[in-house]
Design a protein around this ligand. Structure first.
Ligand code: SAM
Length: 392
């Protein structure tokens, strides 16, 4: 069924291994007859399962009342004729109407429930979506931009392109790209409401109205495929526990012939002089701490493999070192301080580390700051920038 020529097609399918009925697209039939086949599939498949039956609406962007009533009828009837069966409707916080519409079904039938899959969907979410992550993002982009403004053209970024920055955080990067590369259109998506609020308020303050900030899950984006010339995803594949899902989505929304650009770190290679040993110890522990929360901050050198495995061609990779010599050393010291506050002050505490461990962990950051500010010192943070082309 097609809603109209410019809307995404509505599709349904049944995934037997997950006992899941998956619907996607715009669900706006003029009458029940228009969706007879979809309803029949749903009715038939409910009959085939035992235990739990999932109705996945994560990617249904619109639904009219005809569709809702028809779907609800089938689910309520099934729950009454098979009281032993549990029916779980899975929706996303991105599609707010679905939550409101389907929540009421559990009042009609106690064996129907609603699940918002992205309220807690990856282990690092509570840290990175939190307001306390904002100082990290603010200080980091300031330091990396000096390098990336020169690196980006080597990866294919040109003036006038249609660009998406996925997992945009507080939007500093899109602001800088907008100013430097004058895009035809620029979209920025993130799942942190706090970061997006911050991004929108900065844009408003600077009277910037042409950045399209979007709340969404990068692993289940509602954007149509094949539409962006250049897609960026910085420091985020390493945060999400299933980076291959994000990469598949970055690939999908990129135009054939367009490029996807990613940056990732290798935290255990952060370094400094003097006090190298203490610094080294702490950053090895940073990598272990993130691994504990299913995040891989050692991902940088794996970028080529990840891009090739996703199907990209003409993969380009380079690394750069942010250092205290890049500009005002205090700016790098601010980055390190922001890391200490969140990594030692929040994440290590959440893991249940002892006060002795946390003290030693903090000391490495303090020593890194000492090295950064020392007149004869050196402090570094290595980053890998990589990109691949989606085949034509
Ligand atoms: C380390 S921050 C990097 C932010 C920004 N790219 C930067 O470099 O400043 C990681 C960001 O990824 C976002 N993120 C992680 N997984 C996501 C997902 N599945 N969907 C949308 N955003 C996600 C987080 O909310 C966070 O803002």
């Amino acid at each position: 069924m097609t809603a109209n020529s410019s809307s995404p097609v509505f599709t349904t399918q049944f995934d037997a291994s997950n006992q899941e009925f998956v619907a996607t697209g715009v669900f706006r039939p003029r009458s029940i007859a228009d969706i007879a086949d979809e309803l029949l599939l749903l009715r038939d498949k409910i009959e085939t399962v035992q235990g739990v039956f999932y109705v996945n609406l994560k990617r249904v962007t619109h639904m009219n009342s005809t569709a809702f009533r028809a779907l609800a009828r089938v689910l309520v009837d099934a729950s009454r004729s098979r009281p032993e069966l549990k029916i779980v409707v899975v929706a996303s916080s991105v599609v707010t109407w679905a939550t409101q519409m389907f929540r009421h079904l559990s009042e009609l039938s106690p064996n129907i429930s609603m699940e918002i899959y992205d309220s807690a969907f990856y282990p690092g979410q509570t840290f990175v979506e939190n307001q306390s992550f904002i100082p990290i993002l603010r200080t980091q982009t300031k330091m990396t931009w000096r390098h990336e403004r020169e690196i980006l053209p080597r990866h294919g970024l040109r003036n006038g392109m249609v660009i998406a920055d996925i997992c945009c955080g507080i939007g500093d990067f899109v602001m800088l790209v907008r100013r430097e590369f004058n895009p035809a259109r620029i979209v920025a998506l993130d799942h942190s409401a706090a970061s997006l609020d911050y991004a929108r308020s900065v844009a408003e303050e600077f009277c910037v109205r042409d950045i399209e900030y979007t709340y969404g899950d990068a692993s289940q984006m509602l954007f149509e495929g094949d539409q962006f010339d250049f897609v960026t995803c910085r420091h985020s594949l390493q945060i999400f526990d299933r980076p291959e899902l994000l990469l598949r989505e970055l690939y999908r929304i990129c135009k054939p012939g367009g490029r996807v650009y990613i940056t990732n770190e290798k935290n255990s290679h952060c370094l400094g002089e003097p006090r190298a040993d203490s610094i080294q110890w702490t950053y090895n522990e940073v990598a272990r701490l993130f691994r504990y929360f299913d995040m891989d901050v050692e991902m940088g050198p794996k970028s080529s493999r990840l891009l090739l495995d996703t199907g990209f061609e003409d993969v380009r990779i380079e690394s750069f070192m942010v250092t205290n010599l890049d500009g005002d050393p205090q700016e790098f010291a601010d980055v390190i301080q922001a890391w200490e506050d969140v990594y030692a002050g929040e994440m290590s505490v959440r893991r249940g580390d002892s006060p002795e461990f946390i003290e030693r962990f903090r000391q490495g950051f303090k020593d890194h700051i000492f090295a950064a500010l020392h007149p004869r010192g050196y402090a570094g943070w290595p980053i890998w920038a990589a990109s691949g082309q989606k085949p034509l």
